[in-house]
Design a protein around this ligand. Structure first.
Ligand SMILES: [Cu+2]
Length: 125
């Protein structure tokens, strides 16, 4: 009886969480809200995603960014109005940044290889 009730509760929760995830683009692994994921390396790639999709526009506000720097020859550098955050080129690791975006244009890049295409842009409105 108790087990059945718990299973029902879990099933109800699961359904709710997945429908919320679909509408907000939440990555699910974080606490919810404005969560972004930045990854650079191990190859010559750099990405910034929200809910698995590349970020092209965002609403102004405060965001949490989980950054994974997977290469000691690249870095993840995010900059724009009021924001200046970067990892070390020679280092690796995962980092949690909290940033506040204002209306304007933002860039994320590898400082060594942006001219080779390791660069992305998005607009905050
Ligand atoms: Cu690089």
């Amino acid at each position: 009886m108790l087990i059945a009730a718990v299973s029902l509760a879990l099933a109800a929760c699961g359904g709710k969480a997945s429908s919320k995830s679909a509408t907000t683009g939440n990555t699910g692994g974080n606490t919810g809200g404005n969560n972004l994921v930045g990854i650079v390396g191990p190859g010559f790639t750099i990405t910034l995603t929200q809910g698995g999709s590349s970020v092209s526009t965002l609403k102004a506000g405060t965001y949490k960014i989980n950054v994974s720097d997977k290469s000691s020859m690249h870095n993840f550098h995010l900059f724009g109005p009021g924001v200046e955050q970067k990892t070390d080129v020679g280092g690796t690791g995962t980092f949690n940044w909290t940033v506040t975006f204002k209306a304007g244009s933002y860039t994320y890049q590898c400082d060594v290889h942006f001219a080779s295409g390791m660069i992305g842009h998005f607009t905050v409105t």
